[in-house]
Design a protein around this ligand. Structure first.
Ligand code: UDP
Length: 336
């Protein structure tokens, strides 16, 4: 039997890579996305249903029309800064929207979910590296909204036998190895794309001194004063979702689980910049500016539990792989 997976947010960055991987591995895919922030042309397989999570009639129609075995739920708003200024939008989309999805799933007896959670649920961690038992104290509404869903999933497992795996992503990075799909955010706020945009600008003849690249904070208590993050290749994130689906099938009696997804290794902002200079061969520069509000100094995963329990290993633990694939993509698809 072909497994059919519903991917919400399948037109977004990580969701679109998930759709591609599921298709490559022989799954049937249905994508549900409101296209508010997603891109139609990033959906390279399956049927795309354009709809909002709050539209439970439309969602129900999807469950009626397809024999869905599990849902991989990516649809969410994910800008930390925006969440501080527009918390209502974040709780409505990320929490209420998810609850609409869960209730619709349960009414159609679909009881397996892989959920996109985040290391932002930990806030400023008490200790490093971060394990699943590190206390979760989010410092912004985005992280809080994801933590609230984790709690809902625990309660729904107890009451309604909903089996779920929440995957707490560290910093997603990179593009498809074959250059077929990449990363597109509007506005772009992430470090790696912004570095590569600057490299493209200089490569095209722009004056390095007019740099657009800003390094937020140079006085953190880290090895070079800039923030440390654990960058995980988007394809490795996606392969962990399939591993989570397999685990839910193997161990249906388990309830709601949570795993960190990272590579157990941190890079400073300056180390990422150096690696980008090396891979692009472009000698661009940056300006050091004030810290960005809400940036914890260091977020590095201990992802041992995912590696053991999901029987999963990241293939691209070196950030240079992500940079190489992203450089290929942005060279072929420069920002407009
Ligand atoms: N960062 C930076 N300049 C930028 C964007 C990001 O110095 O233009 C830093 C940011 O402060 C953080 C790291 O790069 O320490 C990764 O930021 P990103 O927004 O990519 O991911 P986040 O860690 O916020 O999820």
């Amino acid at each position: 039997m072909t497994n059919t997976i519903l991917v919400t947010g399948g037109a977004g960055y990580i969701g679109s890579h998930m759709v591609r991987l599921l298709d490559q591995q022989g799954y049937k895919v249905v994508v549900y996305d409101n296209l508010e922030r997603g891109n139609r042309d990033a959906v390279t397989a399956g049927e795309l249903v354009v709809g909002d999570l709050h539209d439970t009639d439309m969602l129900s129609g999807v469950f009626k029309a397809h024999d869905i075995q599990a849902v991989m739920h990516f649809a969410a708003l994910a800008y930390v800064g925006e969440s501080v200024h527009e918390p209502a939008m974040y709780y409505r989309n990320n929490v209420t929207g998810t609850q609409c999805l869960l209730d619709t799933m349960i009414s159609h007896d679909v009881k397996k979910l892989v959920f996109s959670s985040t290391c932002a649920t930990y806030g400023v961690p008490e200790s490093l590296p971060i394990t699943e038992s590190t206390p979760q104290n989010p410092i912004n509404p985005y992280g809080q909204s994801k933590l609230m869903v984790e709690q809902i999933l625990k309660d729904y497992s107890t009451a309604y036998d909903l089996r779920s795996v929440a995957l707490r992503y560290f910093n997603a990075a990179g593009c498809a190895e074959d250059g077929s799909i990449g990363e597109r955010h509007d506005p772009e706020t992430h470090l790696l794309p912004l570095i590569l945009f600057e490299a493209l600008r200089v490569q095209a003849g722009g004056d390095p001194a007019d740099t657009n690249l800003m390094v937020f904070g140079s006085d953190f208590d880290t090895r070079d004063g800039t923030c440390v993050r654990d960058y995980i290749h988007v394809n490795d994130l996606c392969s962990a979702h399939i591993a989570a689906f397999n685990r839910m099938n193997r161990l249906p009696e388990l309830g709601a689980e949570q795993f960190n997804l990272g590579v157990n290794r941190g890079y400073t902002v300056l180390e990422v910049i150096d690696a980008c200079r090396e891979i692009t061969g472009v000698d661009f520069t940056y300006n050091s500016v004030d810290r960005r509000a809400g940036d914890p100094p260091e977020l590095v995963a201990d992802a041992t539990a995912a590696m053991t329990n999901l029987e999963w290993q990241p293939k691209h633990a070196d950030v240079k792989d992500s940079i190489r694939h992203a450089w290929q993509w942005f060279t072929d698809n420069p920002p407009s």
